[in-house]
Design a binder for this molecule. Structure first.
Ligand SMILES: *Cc1c(COP(=O)(O)O)cnc(C)c1O
Length: 446
């Protein structure tokens, strides 16, 4: 039987004190905005350690984790094989700033799984991957403009912070101050799952668009799978207009399946951006794709891009270990857990007359507090974020750690299990019932 251990520590006095202290040195108390819980209210537990599918906080509470470091931890927290490999690698030196076989091995492992990646460059984050891929696309086409989709998130590079998803959407600053007007003017925004909106932009900016970038399974306005024919249509439009098609598979890479969304949907992009799972929980990103494009990257070509810690031996070791464990059995398990969780949540919603729309793809899902289906940014924004906040706080008190925003995916890992999922469904039922009982619920506060 699974208990709800966090309930005992629900005041989280230590975490509250630590968060107040953090705010005196880190803006908002965090190093990445969504961690601060501003969209759901309350203060975040400070995490002391994690193991498997569980987080342990500084107040003696523990949680079943569905954030999983926002996607990277497909094998769970601190798997023994990984920590052993890292300890051995660290003993040989933590950084050399010189070539290693580890980078080559990881590159070959990626190419085996994603054959569209004929050449690859490792960087340190998804943000670096998308920024570099865009620079390359601009260089290769001699054009400046970029088409992205409202609600998609591609890291915090200036060009992408126009109608962006993830924390930008959560905090209500989808277009960030500090992005110059000139940069923002080169970013053209289309509507996800709407090919006509893309066609219209291409028609208006004929021969000016360098790249079309998309999350092939959107994950940063909550999970929004591509409609039938959407990705194929993007491939055709990019070809027709001589633009580079970039798949941002920072989430979907190695999660939608070993070969990512491009394998799942059978659409081959020109360039792919990777992050999250590829680093096994250490900071790694990568971009890669057609050889003729990648050979324009320095020093093979003139497009400059570099990194002091890129291809870092610890990070490459973690990535190699993570990719080596991507078995068919793992994906079968993840698909099973995802389906079980989605069905259980839908059931709990039905039993409490809650308007809930579940978007899911394999091991990542988002329950939207919405009466209507969510298929793009417009519809995602209609979700009831105050209801999500109440749900989030109820679940946290019951020992379930969910993404602190309506607009993020819940992530499963190989360390999750049917009993943990069932305990989560039970907690969701209890939370939804208590939300219903409260006739006039207070709205989420910042
Ligand atoms: C997380 C994410 C990024 C940014 O990666 P970082 O490592 O946080 O810089 C880019 N694109 C997508 C789709 C992401 O989910």
């Amino acid at each position: 039987m699974i208990s709800f251990p966090a309930m005992a520590a629900s005041t989280r006095a230590n975490s509250r004190r630590l968060f107040a202290r953090a705010k005196r040195i880190l803006p908002g108390g965090v190093d990445s905005p969504v961690r601060a819980f501003s969209a759901v209210g309350g203060t975040p537990p400070f995490i002391r350690r994690a193991r498997g599918a569980r987080l342990f906080d500084e107040d003696g509470g523990s949680y079943i984790d569905y954030v999983m470091s926002w996607g990277p931890l497909i094998h769970g927290h601190a798997p023994a094989g990984l920590t052993r490999a890292l300890a051995e690698a660290a003993a040989r030196g933590t950084s050399f700033g010189a070539p290693t076989t580890l980078e080559v091995e990881l590159g070959l492992a990626v190419r085996r799984l994603m054959p569209s990646i004929e050449r690859i460059r490792f960087v340190n984050s998804g943000t670096e991957a998308t920024m570099s891929a865009l620079r390359l696309a601009r260089a290769a086409t001699g054009r400046d403009r970029l088409i992205k989709f409202a609600g998609c998130y591609h890291g915090h590079g200036d060009a992408f912070l126009v109608q962006a998803g993830s924390g930008a959407l959560t905090l209500g600053v989808p277009t960030s101050p500090g992005v110059s007007r000139a940069v923002a003017a080169d970013t053209l925004v289309a509507e996800y799952n709407d090919l006509t909106s893309v066609e219209r932009i291409f028609a208006k900016h004929r021969n000016r668009v360098a790249a079309l970038i998309v999350e092939p399974i959107a994950g940063n306005m909550g999970v929004v799978p591509p409609a039938t024919g959407f990705l194929e249509g993007l491939r055709e439009l990019a070809d027709q207009h001589g633009a580079i098609l970039i798949f941002d598979e920072v989430i979907s890479g190695f999660r939608a399946g070993p070969g990512g969304a491009q394998e799942r949907f059978g659409v081959r992009p020109d360039l792919t951006c990777l992050g999250k799972i590829i680093g096994g929980g250490l900071p790694v990103g990568a971009y890669g794709g057609r050889q003729d494009l990648m050979d324009q990257v320095a020093p093979a070509g003139p497009v400059y891009q570099a990194g002091t810690l890129s291809g870092n031996p610890l990070a490459m070791t973690a990535g190699l270990w993570a990719l080596s464990q991507l078995t068919p059995k793992l994906y079968r398990k993840l698909d099973g857990l995802g389906a079980r969780l989605a069905a259980g949540l839908a059931d709990a919603a039905r039993q409490t007359d809650t308007d809930l729309h579940l978007n899911a793809h394999g091991s990542v899902l988002t329950p939207f507090f919405s009466a209507t289906p969510i298929r793009n940014y417009q519809s995602a924004r209609r979700a009831d974020t105050a209801a999500y906040g109440r749900f989030f706080r109820g679940m946290l008190a019951r020992g379930i750690y969910l993404p602190p925003s309506q607009f993020e995916g819940w992530f499963l890992s190989g360390a999750h299990s049917n009993p943990l999922v069932d305990a989560t469904i039970e907690a969701a039922g209890a939370t939804l019932r208590s939300m219903r009982r409260r006739a006039a619920p207070a709205s989420a506060s910042r």
